[in-house]
Ligand binder design. Sequence first.
Ligand code: SF4
Length: 102
Amino acid sequence: MIHTNRRVFIFQAITASTALLSTQAMGQAKLDEKDPQALALGYLNDTTKVDGKKYPKHAPVQKCANCQLYAGKPADASAACPLFAGKQVAGNGWCTAYVKKA
Ligand code: SF4
């Protein structure tokens, strides 16, 4: 019973955190590709425009919407990313910190 309550609490905490991030994302400006942090991480709004020679580990199927760090739902056009505080990244975007969602 204690384990079940702990699991429920952890699930609720994660759900609340995700909802908070989504709420905070509303009204945020979109990340500019020329932002210094974006440039440092090779961020682009369109994953199909990524230079495969410069980033050989990139694959066209990789995009923010299916990245572990994307705070929105996969169908959202944009959402927050913890790497770019206060900004929204494009669902079709990509950066070198991409991690496939489990
Ligand atoms: Fe997109 Fe993931 Fe990079 Fe954030 S870490 S910008 S969600 S690819």
